[in-house]
Design a protein around this ligand. Structure first.
Ligand SMILES: Nc1ncnc2c1ncn2[C@@H]1O[C@H](COP(=O)(O)OP(=O)(O)OP(=O)(O)O)[C@@H](O)[C@H]1O
Ligand SMILES: [Mg+2]
Length: 373
């Protein structure tokens, strides 16, 4: 078993649970989840809890038998109000994993706990209720119904719930405003741009007011400018609604913008889990490093990383917060040669950041210093 140091603790790669912040209780927990496709997947697990001594060797043995290992021993927690991102190459098991969370795909082994309750033990009827009331899903392909207009598409899940017409309309209008589609209520999907269609998809998934929000590459069909706008919209909505979110993306810069924590998958297994910054600064292996390689280090390092705590700021120095990125800090330093004051969590100065300090920090990252410009 390999170990990879992250943050201030040791993490057991592929077999441990992604511990979450103590002050953020787990909304959803995945424990040793496996999804095997093929003739007889159940033969590889006794008892069904998915715990095995050596997950990598077990996955390989299953592959050698001619089965497909789509998810292998995946464990993680998603906290209340947390945005948890899953990344990995095509075929690494991301969509399978997110579908296992709602049992749209039935896991072969393992546990999925929603508020501590095992989803895998729910009856089909209970599961439908949970999906309809507690889960929202957004897919890359938008998945809109072509013969329904915007408001009908958005209200559709409410219709399935048996919500009365007037309330359906009221709730649909509320989410239409939330995603900025006012005035387009009567348009049909074919009359909308890709970005607008995805807004309908997002509104539809939010209409049921879900606790859990699953988004499978929701913005990857959109061009970069619209994509960035949609990310901003998404963050604005999350700021208001505080959903517990699992978000799949191929784009590390997207993950960097939105993720509280993230997980990288390969061949169904979890390779690494942590904050985007932890993965960038301390990738577990070359596979993870490859994902993070085009992220400029100036977007990762913060004023807190480059602060000189031994020096006291003067009263006239401008102030920046310690989690301000070096990218944002550089502009301030250009017009303040003697440096800027860096403030801590309590708003009090903790030292000075200078251009010299930034250069020293960038020089300490030789592999990435070329990205810094
Ligand atoms: N119904 C199925 N039957 C057999 N194999 C499947 C099935 N669904 C998925 N797989 C396999 O499981 C593996 C994981 O697929 P999955 O769709 O989860 O990948 P992904 O990481 O979401 O990829 P992408 O980035 O391309 O969307 C792949 O090898 C895929 O071929
Ligand atoms: Mg997928």
């Amino acid at each position: 078993m390999r170990f990879c140091p992250l943050g201030d603790g040791l993490w057991e790669v592929g077999n441990d649970v992604g511990n979450i912040n103590e002050d953020r209780p787990a909304k959803l927990s995945c424990r040793n989840v496996w999804k095997i496709y093929g003739e007889d997947p159940a033969q590889f697990f006794s008892g069904g809890n998915g715990k095995v001594d050596d997950p990598e060797a077990h996955a390989q043995a299953i592959r050698d038998s001619g089965h497909i290992v789509a998810s292998a021993n995946v464990s993680f927690d998603v906290g209340e109000g947390e945005i948890f991102v899953i990344m990995g190459l095509s075929g690494s098991g991301k969509s399978t994993m997110v579908r296992c969370l709602s049992r749209l795909v039935e896991p072969t082994a393992g546990e999925v706990l929603l508020d501590g309750d095992d989803l895998l033990r729910k009856s089909a009827a209970e599961l439908i209720e949970i999906r309809r009331h507690k889960m929202g899903m957004v897919f890359q392909s938008f998945g809109l119904l072509p013969h329904l207009n915007v408001i009908e598409n958005i209200a559709f899940p409410l219709k399935l719930q048996g919500v009365p017409v007037a309330e359906r309309k009221e709730r649909a209008e509320k989410v239409i405003a939330l995603v900025g589609l006012e005035g387009r209520e009567d348009s049909y999907p074919r009359q909308l741009s890709g970005g607008q269609q995805q807004r309908v998809g997002i509104a539809r998934s939010l209409a049921v007011e879900p606790d859990l929000w699953f988004l499978d590459e929701p913005f990857s069909a959109l061009d970069p400018l619209i994509r960035r706008q949609m990310q901003d919209e998404f963050l604005r909505i999350q700021e208001m609604l505080h959903k517990s979110i699992v978000f799949i993306t191929h784009d590390f810069l997207e993950a960097l913008r939105i993720a509280d924590r993230m997980m990288i998958m390969r061949d169904g297994l979890v390779v690494q889990m942590g904050t985007p910054a932890e993965l960038i600064v301390n990738p577990a292996d070359d596979y993870v490093a490859e994902f993070t390689s085009d992220v400029p280090i100036t977007r990762v390092l913060t004023a807190g990383d480059v602060v000189d705590r031994a020096r006291k700021p003067t009263a006239r120095m401008p102030r920046v917060e310690q989690d301000c990125t070096v990218e944002a800090l550089l502009g301030q330093l250009a017009s303040n040669a003697s440096g800027v004051a860096v403030t801590g969590a309590d708003g009090e100065p903790i030292g000075i950041a200078t251009a010299q300090g930034v250069i020293a920090a960038l020089a300490a990252e030789p592999a990435r210093s070329g990205d810094a410009t």
